[in-house]
Design a protein around this ligand. Structure first.
Ligand code: RTP
Ligand code: MG
Length: 142
């Protein structure tokens, strides 16, 4: 999910381009300002952390772009492309490493396990919003 800073800085196209170029398949995508309850649920694992309030107010501060991404090792490959949580620690070539400087404004979120992906997809999309299609390059990717 591209966070509000990524949207407001006009980074959506460049991020989507990286995901597509990698060979991962975007099967759902929308623009949405997260309601408070969805944001709190999205980051439920951090509800006891001192930064939870700031995190929720930031993530609800403007539109985000949630996506569902499929492909080989999609979760770990997306997190690798996203880079370290703190953009000043993230390697160049990663989204956070190339586009960010601040921990709280780190451009993109990625699910961290199949369980959290499943939970987060259900938070942002209905079944009917997930598309099924074949990428023209699938035979060459795999
Ligand atoms: P995300 O969930 O957003 O993909 O990021 P992540 O897995 O790399 O990091 P996570 O530990 O899940 O933290 C969620 C988001 O909370 C903010 N954060 N702030 N001030 C702090 O110490 C702190 N720690 C985390 C970051 O914006 C992080 O992306
Ligand atoms: Mg996380």
């Amino acid at each position: 999910m591209i966070k509000p800073d990524g949207v407001q800085r006009g980074l959506v196209g460049r991020i989507v381009q990286r995901i597509e170029a990698k060979g991962l398949k975007i099967v759902a995508m929308k623009m949405r300002t997260l309601p408070q309850d969805v944001a709190r649920e999205h980051y439920a694992e951090h509800s006891q952390k001192p930064f939870f309030g700031d995190l929720v107010s930031f993530i609800t501060s403007g539109p985000s772009v949630p996506m569902v991404v499929e492909g080989k090792d999609a979760i770990s490959e997306m997190r690798k492309m996203n880079g370290a949580t703190n953009p000043t620690k993230a390697q160049p070539g990663t989204i956070r490493g190339d586009f960010g400087l601040d921990m709280g404004r780190n451009v993109i979120h990625g699910s961290d396990s199949p369980e959290s992906a499943k939970r987060e997809i259900a938070l942002h999309f209905g079944e009917a919003e997930l598309s099924s299609y074949t990428r023209i390059d699938e035979a060459w990717l795999y």
